[in-house]
Design a protein around this ligand. Structure first.
Ligand SMILES: Cc1cc2nc3c(=O)[nH]c(=O)nc-3n(C[C@H](O)[C@H](O)[C@H](O)COP(=O)(O)O)c2cc1C
Length: 132
């Protein structure tokens, strides 16, 4: 697989990954068997209808899959102001339909931070600087 890193996004479905994304994931068994999904820096972002509608468990459910792939999971922790401003989810960036996890701008800023942080970790893994 050509990508050095990837981030999956899914709306929550009862605190779990959407069936559509799960179907895509289950179609990757060939790449998995060839070891091509291993050692990549990865992350997850999600959305839910409610402030506490399953954002964290949705992200964690995808982390289970990523552990089986041998991924290098990159959670957000509390490593930047953008995380606090968007609701403080240390697992990955998330939003809620009601905006309880921050305004659209705050969540978008956190998403940009997640992309940058994950790319930096990927670049460190492959020993190259991040391009702009
Ligand atoms: C089958 C189904 C299950 C859902 N389960 C939940 C849930 O348990 N909690 C919740 O807050 N939202 C739930 N939602 C709402 C969606 O997660 C929410 O509308 C979605 O994240 C919006 O995605 P978008 O911002 O990408 O449009 C569910 C929606 C569907 C269709």
């Amino acid at each position: 697989m050509w990508a050095d890193s990837y981030i999956f996004g899914t709306p929550t479905r009862y605190g779990n990954v959407s069936a559509q994304l799960k179907q895509f994931i289950d179609a990757q068994g060939g790449l998995w068997a060839e070891g091509k999904l291993a050692d990549k820096a990865v992350g997850v972002f999600t959305s839910a209808g409610n402030a506490h509608g399953g954002q964290e468990s949705t992200i964690l459910s995808l982390y289970n899959v990523m552990a089986h792939w041998g991924s290098i999971i990159v959670p957000m922790g509390y490593t930047a102001d953008e995380i606090f401003a968007s609701g403080g989810n240390p697992y990955g960036v998330s939003s809620s339909d009601g905006g309880e996890n921050g305004s659209s701008e705050e969540v978008l800023a956190a998403a940009r931070y997640q992309g940058r942080r994950t790319a930096e970790k990927a670049a460190a893994l492959i020993g190259q600087p991040v391009g702009n």
